[in-house]
Design a protein around this ligand. Structure first.
Ligand SMILES: [Zn+2]
Ligand SMILES: [Zn+2]
Length: 162
């Protein structure tokens, strides 16, 4: 993940001194306390120290590569598409067909995190493993099935992943 590809949202919030109160938008979960730290060599995402190969603290860096990738997956829709494309190359995970108009889908729907308190958020919902490529048709079918099943228990996700 090239660290130069930061989203505009990131630029806007980066180096803010104080943590802002989360607005409860489950699509954009709150950032960790470490995001607001000014400490050199401390990862903004996981809060752990960034080390050089010789074990000393790298004070020039503020992100682990993997952490930056994970961060961008959540907060940059462009980067999310780039990462999905890298993995799936536009192949629908349900019907197996390539589609130019492929869409990013959360296997476990993000909406299930709606109304969940900050400390109870399930971060597995925001990981690449919970994202899949779907063609428009399959995406629509899945979304419809979720609507139908609402209130009757959960969607059969297995059906939708390989
Ligand atoms: Zn990290
Ligand atoms: Zn499909």
């Amino acid at each position: 993940m090239p660290l130069s590809r930061w989203s505009s949202r990131h630029k806007k919030t980066f180096n803010k001194k104080k943590k802002e109160k989360w607005d409860g938008n489950f699509r954009l979960p709150p950032k960790p306390d470490s995001y607001y730290t000014q400490t050199k060599g401390c990862c903004r995402w996981c809060g752990n120290t960034i080390l050089n190969e010789d074990g000393t603290i790298n004070t020039r860096k503020t992100w682990h590569e993997d952490c930056a990738t994970e961060y961008l997956l959540i907060y940059s829709s462009g980067e999310q598409r780039a990462q999905l494309w890298n993995r799936d190359k536009g192949i629908c995970n349900h019907c197996g067909k390539f589609s130019m108009g492929w869409q990013a889908d959360h296997i476990k729907p993000l909406v299930e995190q709606k109304g969940v308190l900050e400390e109870d958020l399930d971060w597995s919902y925001y990981k690449l493993e919970n994202l899949q490529t779907l063609c428009k048709k399959c995406h629509r079918t899945k979304t419809n099935s979720e609507v139908v099943l609402k209130g009757k228990g959960k969607v059969n996700y297995k059906k939708w992943s390989k």
